[in-house]
Write a protein that binds this ligand. Structure first.
Ligand code: IPM
Ligand code: MN
Length: 368
């Protein structure tokens, strides 16, 4: 009997639904070659959920996610909801609770620039003649995003004080170090851990914990440490010196955007946010989403690049369903489609471009 992969589909707003359609077709097509079927439930999230249910992450959507093994996420937000208070805005009100509730502590963001697309990078082609392949591993449920107290108070003298708190536990650092260890051991065995240990207590703990962890569990992996300001600079100066970057929540937020822009187009970048499972670390529950956002200006026009959503679906197959060969097949098909010269508008560099659906069909034809 064929295996059934069961996941929640949260397409969200803007270009989300149209790139999701393409990604789901690719998953169906891949299942034919690799012996699985997909079963999914679509639920509202983000702006569309605010309009239909009054909140960005309705309880029914959460329940649909709980009952499945992974979440394939589109993107949320848009001009229609920008005037809402910050903590009701789709991005924050949907993504942060999903991360916290499902304990998605490990955010994996591949920064991949295909050699054919180096001209799109703001970094000079002579610095990255062969493209780029870097992975950012970001701790996602700790640090200053979630630490308490987190509040704004009015003082007696009328001044206003706001506090965010950066907290890390050794155990949180160890479990994300383990994700970096696994990732690096399947790649170049090289990890750069990024912190601010010249200033922050949490970073001193971070650096000591990561050092000890790798010494004990992965002496064969080449580990170095870098202060975050230097890392931001090194990333534009010579990005190829990095292979796996390991860092805490906020530094990872900032550096992964920097890495994304160095890779040319946001329309090509996927990401995985992984939690644990009750019984094994092999097939964690995860949320898989493109990095690019809702692109409201081109939504509904068949112009969006579906690659990031498709590559996010590939990550879902790899991590939450253990379908490594199928994931590779999708990644290879995307690579081949680009190598064969097919481009959506965002990566066409002024040349000929095709639409979302046609790009999807070209990729589907190359699944072998
Ligand atoms: C990201 C986003 C989120 C973050 C926002 C939307 C809360 O920027 O996924 O990188 O800051 O983590
Ligand atoms: Mn971000």
């Amino acid at each position: 009997m064929k295996k059934t992969l069961n996941f929640a589909v949260l397409s969200g707003d803007g270009i989300g639904p149209e790139v999701m359609d393409v990604a789901l077709n690719i998953l169906k097509r891949t299942g034919i070659s690799y012996g699985f079927e997909i079963e999914f439930k679509c639920s509202d999230v983000g702006g569309i959920a605010i309009n239909s249910h009054g909140k960005a992450l309705p309880e029914t959507t959460l329940e649909d996610c709980r009952q499945r093994d992974a979440i394939l996420f589109g993107s949320v937000g848009g001009p229609e909801w920008e005037s809402l208070p910050p903590n009701e805005q789709p991005e924050r009100a949907a993504l942060l609770p999903l991360r916290k509730l499902f304990r998605l502590y490990a955010n994996i963001r591949p920064g991949c620039l295909f050699p054919e697309l180096t001209g799109l990078s703001p970094v000079k082609t002579e610095i990255i003649p062969n493209g780029l392949d870097v992975v950012c591993i970001r701790e996602l449920t700790g640090g200053i995003y979630f630490g308490c107290p987190k509040e704004t108070t009015e003082l007696d003298d009328g001044d206003i004080k706001s506090v965010d708190t950066m907290v890390y536990h050794k155990s949180e650092i160890e479990r994300i170090a383990e994700v970096a260890r696994i990732t690096a051991s399947n790649r170049a065995k090289k990890v750069c851990s990024v912190d601010k240990a010249n200033v922050l207590e949490t970073s001193i703990l971070w650096r000591n914990t990561v050092s000890d962890y790798f010494k004990k569990n992965a002496p064969d992996i080449n580990l170095n440490h870098m202060y975050v300001d230097n890392a931001a600079m090194q990333l534009v100066r010579n990005p190829s010196q990095f292979d796996v970057i390991l860092t805490e929540n906020m530094f990872g937020d900032i550096l992964s955007d920097e890495l994304a822009v160095i890779c040319g187009s946001l329309g090509m970048l996927s990401s995985a946010s992984l939690g644990t499972t009750k019984n094994s670390l092999d097939h964690p529950f995860g949320l898989f989403e493109p990095a690019g956002g809702t692109a409201p200006d081109i939504a509904g026009k068949d112009l969006a690049n579906p690659c990031a959503q498709i590559l996010s679906a590939a990550l879902m197959l790899r991590y939450s369903f253990g379908q490594e060969r199928a994931a590779k097949a999708i990644e290879n098909a995307v690579k081949q489609t680009i190598a064969d010269g097919f481009r959506t508008g965002d990566i066409a560099d002024g040349g000929h471009s095709i639409g979302t659906k046609e790009m999807g069909r070209e990729i589907a034809e190359r699944i072998i």
